[in-house]
Design a protein around this ligand. Structure first.
Ligand SMILES: NC(=O)C1=CN([C@@H]2O[C@H](COP(=O)(O)OP(=O)(O)OC[C@H]3O[C@@H](n4cnc5c(N)ncnc54)[C@H](O)[C@@H]3O)[C@@H](O)[C@H]2O)C=CC1
Ligand SMILES: CC(C)CCC[C@@H](C)[C@H]1CC[C@H]2C3=C(CC[C@]12C)[C@@]1(C)CCC(=O)C[C@@H]1CC3
Length: 339
């Protein structure tokens, strides 16, 4: 079995597709497994299916030595059953399928948010405890998913696992950060800064996240420290949340937010709206823009140390933040003001 044959579960998604493209450039033979096929690429074989379906997975894992698992329901969803089914039950199925197919390495895309409880994290390391009160169902199931994958690591069985924890991924084709930001600005709701605007956050360029995944796959060996460990992968350049948002907005021709609102007030209102939406759900479906989760992310410090990734796999972010912002803004001409 060639060590350069791999399957990317979730390979039609934002991160997954960037990962697939880079793997192909590096001479890997790549299968994509996803519930949807979003594109075609020479040399890439697509397998459409649900990762909860072991038989479908086994076809995509045949003769493969590395599996990257970067599929998840969208974090913004409030469908608890879906998160449980895909992130927990589905990940268990992925692990079983890897065993049956003789896969040697499983690289999970986890999230730095597994330790975030809505309060400040400054230069957080991987040994911070998992959040006892995760901020949403997404985070709750990402914690369980990461535990499952790391516990499955077994040198005896020849099955090695590692978890990559990126934070705030952005870049070309991201369906989330820039589109939500622009939509909010177009509706005239990006006028306010939540809190004093000094909170530092990690935003990580997608190519740097891809680089971290490939380094992890190539350094994961029975005698390496990576086995069964989690690694933060960030741009290693914490930035003020509101400076980052303003740079993207101004780059696309919109005004930067200017007026300050107290964090506790906005968080309280977001919580109230969330409760109202919950009560009214049987009658009408309301999706507030400022959810408690988004307000917490916008108003607190949350940045992480990637010292462990530097030490164990020689990680350095290849694309600096300012260049990443320019590339991202240029990649969304259709979201420019007036377009
Ligand atoms: N976007 C971000 O800022 C961050 C994302 N992550 C993690 O990175 C990973 C990739 O995220 P994105 O690329 O942003 O999301 P995405 O939504 O663009 O991609 C996820 C892919 O998973 C596929 N998928 C979902 N359910 C599936 C199922 N049952 N079976 C097969 N495929 C399924 C989707 O069709 C999609 O193509 C996720 O695991 C996410 O939790 C972690 C930290 C930050
Ligand atoms: C309306 C504005 C106050 C905020 C607009 C931007 C947000 C959409 C994004 C800012 C931080 C982002 C983020 C994530 C999703 C998009 C943001 C909320 C994640 C929740 C995605 C999944 C993760 O694992 C963690 C990310 C943290 C940062």
């Amino acid at each position: 079995m060639s060590s350069k044959r791999c399957t990317v579960i979730g390979g039609s998604g934002f991160l997954g597709r960037h990962l697939v493209e880079r793997l192909v450039d590096r001479g890997y033979t790549v299968n994509v497994f996803d519930i949807r096929q979003a594109y075609e690429l020479p040399g890439v074989t697509f397998h459409q299916g649900d990762l909860c379906d072991k038989q479908a997975l086994l076809v995509a894992l045949k003769d493969v030595s590395i599996v990257f698992h970067c599929a998840s329901p969208a974090p913004g969803s409030d469908d608890r059953a879906l998160f449980q089914r895909v992130n927990i039950d589905g990940t268990q199925t992925v692990i079983q399928a890897c065993h049956e197919a003789g896969v040697q390495k499983l690289i999970l895309t986890s999230s730095a948010s597994v330790v975030f409880e809505g309060t400040d994290i400054k230069n957080g390391r991987e040994d911070l405890p998992y959040a006892k009160k995760p901020i949403d169902y997404y985070t709750e199931t990402k914690i369980q998913q990461e535990k499952l994958v790391l516990e499955a690591c077994s040198k005896e069985k020849g099955f090695l696992t590692v978890a990559i924890r990126p934070h705030g991924i952005f870049g070309p084709r991201d369906p989330q950060l820039v589109p939500i930001l622009v939509d909010t600005a177009r509706r005239g709701k990006m006028k306010f800064i939540i809190g004093d605007g000094s909170n530092l956050v990690d935003f990580t360029y997608v190519e740097n996240v891809v680089h971290g995944h490939i380094l992890a796959a190539e350094h994961l060996k029975a005698d390496s420290p990576l086995c069964g460990q989690a690694y933060h992968i960030t741009n290693d350049e914490p930035v003020r949340f509101w400076d980052f948002m303003s740079q993207i907005l101004v780059g696309l021709g919109y005004s930067a937010p200017r007026y300050h609102l107290p964090y506790t007030l906005v968080y309280g209102i977001a919580l109230l709206l969330w409760l109202i939406a919950l009560v009214l759900r049987p009658l009408i479906r309301i999706k507030p823009t400022f959810t408690p989760m988004r307000v917490a992310l916008a108003g607190t410090h949350h940045y992480y140390s990637c010292t462990r990734a530097k030490k164990d796999m020689g990680y350095q972010p290849p694309v600096p933040l300012q260049e990443a912002i320019v590339r991202t803004v240029e990649s969304y001409p259709h979201l420019q003001k007036g377009a």
